[in-house]
Design a protein around this ligand. Structure first.
Ligand SMILES: C[S@@+](CC[C@H](N)C(=O)[O-])C[C@H]1O[C@@H](n2cnc3c(N)ncnc32)[C@H](O)[C@@H]1O
Length: 238
């Protein structure tokens, strides 16, 4: 708590006592301050978006290493939330990115973040891959950190009580959105492609099974995060 109070004292612009009361009432420090640093970019956050996580920065870093295999790839960020992945990739790779989300409130925040960071992003609204299918957008690199928490999973109160449930939970043991993407992705992918997912630490085998079911014999790589937990899953077809 002391560390967070010091953080508030450093970054909160309004009445510090009110901010400390909000913190004590269980609100995340990032929502109180109203912005976070993600991969060196300042992003507005409010209760319509997930607070971007350190693990997701690791995903961005690993995607940057892998996209070098492509020449001027078309990249999409499915379930963009605050725009964290799309904005950092767009800036680091100096390229255009498509980003989508089902939540119009999240897209408002993502749009502000893209403008503030001068990131070259086209935002689309819709359910998973539908906006890309509907607009006939063909893709080389698909990145996504979809909701992946099981409905019966125990999660911290501070997360459960503050972050949007639409950003957290998924049916079918947390696999719902991976399956939706994998089922439809052939409709948007070019012949050579890279899929890059953030995953729950116990989901790698189940997602690899779904990859095999929908995409056949492609290369799958699971990568651990800095806490040594399975956190990223890459699918290669190039
Ligand atoms: C785990 S958050 C990830 C946000 C951001 N990409 C990040 O890494 O910080 C998942 C996002 O999925 C969005 N979402 C939930 N259901 C969706 C759906 N059916 N289609 C598209 N986006 C969806 C939520 O609104 C939320 O922004």
């Amino acid at each position: 708590m002391e560390k967070q109070i010091n953080y508030l004292k450093k970054y909160y612009k309004g009445d510090i006592n009110e901010a400390i009361n909000r913190l004590k009432a269980g609100e995340p420090v990032q929502y109180i301050v109203g912005n976070v640093d993600f991969y060196g970019y300042n992003l507005k956050v409010d209760k319509s978006v997930l607070i971007p996580r350190r693990e997701t920065e690791e995903l961005v870093e690993e995607v940057i290493k892998r996209v070098k295999m492509f020449n001027n790839p078309t990249i999409i960020d499915v379930a963009t939330g605050s725009g964290a992945i799309a904005i950092s990739l767009s800036k680091e790779l100096n390229t255009h990115i498509y980003a989508s989300d089902i939540s119009s409130d999240a897209l408002k925040v993502a749009n502000i973040n893209a403008l503030n960071n001068e990131a070259n992003i086209t935002f689309l609204q819709g359910d998973m891959l539908k906006p890309y299918i509907n607009n006939n957008i063909k893709v080389d690199v698909l990145v996504s950190n979809p909701p992946y928490i099981r409905y019966d999973e125990e999660i911290e109160d501070i997360v459960k009580n503050n972050e949007p449930s639409i950003a957290l939970y998924a049916d079918n043991n947390g696999l719902e959105f991976y399956e939706k993407i994998l089922k439809d992705c052939k409709q948007v992918l070019n012949n050579k492609y890279l899929l890059a997912f953030e995953i729950g630490c116990d989901q790698a085998n189940d997602i690899a099974y779904l990859v095999n079911k929908y995409l056949g014999d492609v290369k799958v790589e699971v990568k651990k995060d800095l806490s040594n937990k399975d956190r990223m899953l890459f699918v290669y077809n190039y």
